[in-house]
Structure formats: structure tokens, C-alpha cells
Design a protein around this ligand. Structure first.
Ligand code: PPE
Length: 311
């Protein structure tokens, strides 16, 4: 994702200038990946900027930290306020928000206990994660030869910095081969998820997605899509999915905060359905964007408005 510099970054309770948001090279996170983070989007609406499911993201951050025995020195409410103030101070109408909690400067050995836990929030303008064209026309994916980490190795439910080394290996492989995104299989060989997105398949008008036990991140977009699909009368099944389900699906799409709803038009060069974006994908894509942009009633209380004079 290209970085579009903003004015301020929130670091441990203070707003510092963008270029002053620095940490020491001996910080634990740099050497051992000891950080947990979130990716959140703020959308421009008629009622000013709204942060989509902000509390849900901050609760997931708290849980990721809990798994790694990190005590965040701020409450969810404090982080929520800091995030909104950051949007205001940076004068942003829409943004990608990246809160990160990490082990800082202390000792240099894998043992993280006793190493101070710090928190920071970054917010900057961001366009389409997988490209403007891709969200419209769909992407080509490949099943990577790298497996998603096994359940008793790295906890997939924690959105931890170190997890993304696995994503990096997968991405480097498939991008080198000319694909846009990677699909990872879990330890048992079932479909897990993309490098930074959850996956949905459509077969005979039924929506399928892998369960938490397939080593997926419990995506907030995944949850939103399941709820919206049910509302539209679409049957949703959460179950183990074998690799070949990808080849015979009628439709496939990836979902995530950054990726939103991105259609997949081929897997391993095999066209998905007739190779065109399917109607259920389109329907959910439209519904999702209407919701996040505040164009439809917010039935679930997902929209957290940033009160500011910029409307
Ligand atoms: N799986 C993974 C591995 C993942 O990283 C994400 C988010 C998701 C599923 C979808 O989760 P959610 O955003 O709650 O619907 N990936 C973030 C991007 C990671 C990156 O730095 O790039 C995101 O979408 O913000």
C-alpha cells in the first residue's frame, strides 16, 4: 500500500509529527516480530467521516495483545478517542488507520516478559488496496505452496506482526509468477484465506467460507458479509473447504478492511465460473459499499462518526 504522509501520528498518548514517530533499532518488535496491530478504514459520508466498526477492531487488538501476554497501557475507550482525534488533527475525510501495540526497548533476547509495551496509531489516506481496476474487474489468484501456519504454531486469531512473514513468502511466490494474490491452504490442506483477506465461495447460490479452525483471522469484514448475506436471504455455510472447491465454484471473492470486497476471476489460471464477476459478488460488493459510505441504514451500529466541523 502506498504511504501518503499525514501530519501527526499518535504515540503513547501524544501526537507527534509524522517524521518524528520513531522507535529504537533495538526495539523487541524489530528483531522478533512482537507486535499486534489492526487495519481499520474511515469513510467519507454525508455526515462527516465515519470509522467502520472501530470498537470491534479495538477489541480484537486487545485480544491479540492478550494472547501474547501484552498489557496495553490504554483502555479501548482511550484508543477510540485517540483515533478520532487523530482523524480530526490530520484533517482526513477518509483514511486507513493502523493502530499497533508492540514490545519496545528493554532486553534483547526472545523472552518478551518485562519488555515495555507501547502503542501507536497511524492514519493516512488510502485508495483501493488491490487496485481500482481489480475491485471492478477482479483478480487472478494462485494457491501458494506455502501453508498457513498450523494451529499449534502461531495463533491465527491474533493479528500479530510476525504472522505476516508467512503472508510475505506466499505473496513473493505468486507475484513472481504473475498473480495478484495468494490463497493459502491450512495445515490439513483445506482452504484457509488470502495473504491479508478472508475468502468466500459461491456454489449453487450458497455462500461458503472456511471456519476459524482453518487458521484464519476472524475477519471483521467476513462477519459483516455473513450478516449482510443473511439479510439478503442468501444461505451461508461455514465449513472446511477442499482446494478443488476453488476450481468448481460459481463465484469467489476476497474480503478485508483494506481489500473490501474483491472479486476473484481465476484460480491457478482456471476461470472461476464463466470468468466474469458473479451476481452474488456484485450484490454484496454494492451492499457493503453502501453501508460503509453511510448510504444505507446502519442497522447494526457499525458506523462510528468522527464529530468534526468538516461535513
Ligand atoms: N486475514 C488476514 C490474514 C488479514 O490480514 C486480514 C486483514 C483479514 C483476513 C481480514 O480482516 P478484516 O480486516 O478484519 O476484515 N488484513 C489487513 C491488511 C493487512 C496488510 O497490512 O496489508 C486489512 O485488511 O486491513
Amino acid at each position: 500500500m502506498p504511504i501518503k504522509e499525514a501530519k501527526f501520528i499518535w504515540m503513547n498518548g501524544e501526537f507527534v509529527n509524522w517524521w518524528d514517530a520513531k522507535i529504537h533499532i533495538l526495539s523487541h518488535i524489530i528483531h522478533y516480530g512482537s507486535g499486534v496491530f489492526e487495519g481499520i478504514r474511515c469513510y467519507k459520508t454525508d455526515k462527516g467521516p465515519e470509522i467502520f466498526r472501530l470498537k470491534d477492531h479495538l477489541f480484537r487488538l486487545k485480544n491479540s495483545a492478550k494472547i501474547y501476554r501484552m498489557e496495553i497501557p490504554f483502555t479501548v475507550e482511550e484508543l477510540r478517542e485517540a483515533t478520532k482525534e487523530l482523524i480530526r488533527r490530520n484533517n482526513l475525510e477518509s483514511a486507513y488507520i493502523r493502530p499497533i501495540v508492540y514490545r519496545g526497548y528493554g532486553t534483547i533476547a526472545p523472552n518478551p516478559l518485562g519488555v515495555p509495551v507501547e502503542a501507536s496509531i497511524i492514519a493516512f489516506e488510502l485508495g483501493r488496496y488491490l487496485g481500482d481496476e481489480n475491485i471492478k474487474n477482479g483478480i487472478s489468484v494462485m494457491v501458494t505452496s506455502w501453508r498457513k501456519f498450523a494451529p499449534d504454531t502461531l495463533p491465527a486469531m491474533a493479528k500479530a506482526s510476525g504472522n505476516y512473514l508467512n503472508s510475505q513468502l506466499a505473496l513473493m511466490e505468486v507475484i513472481t509468477y504473475g498473480f495478484n494474490e495468494a490463497i493459502l491452504l491450512d495445515y490439513f490442506g483445506y482452504i484457509s484465506e488470502g495473504s491479508g483477506e478472508n475468502i468466500f465461495l459461491v456454489k449453487n447460490e450458497i455462500l461458503f467460507t472456511p471456519p476459524l479452525s482453518s487458521s484464519i483471522l476472524e475477519g471483521i469484514t467476513r462477519d459483516s458479509i455473513i450478516k449482510l448475506a443473511k439479510e439478503l436471504g442468501i444461505e451461508v455455510r461455514v465449513e472446511f473447504l477442499p482446494r478443488e472447491a476453488l476450481y468448481i465454484a460459481d463465484e469467489i471473492f476476497l474480503v478485508g478492511t483494506a481489500a473490501e470486497v474483491t472479486p476473484v476471476i481465476s484460480v491457478d489460471k482456471i476461470p472461476v465460473g464463466d470468468g466474469k464477476i458473479g451476481k452474488i459478488t456484485r450484490l454484496l460488493q454494492e451492499k457493503y459499499s453502501n453501508i460503509v459510505e453511510g448510504k444505507e441504514e446502519d442497522k447494526y451500529g457499525w458506523l462510528d462518526y468522527v464529530i468534526c466541523d468538516k461535513i
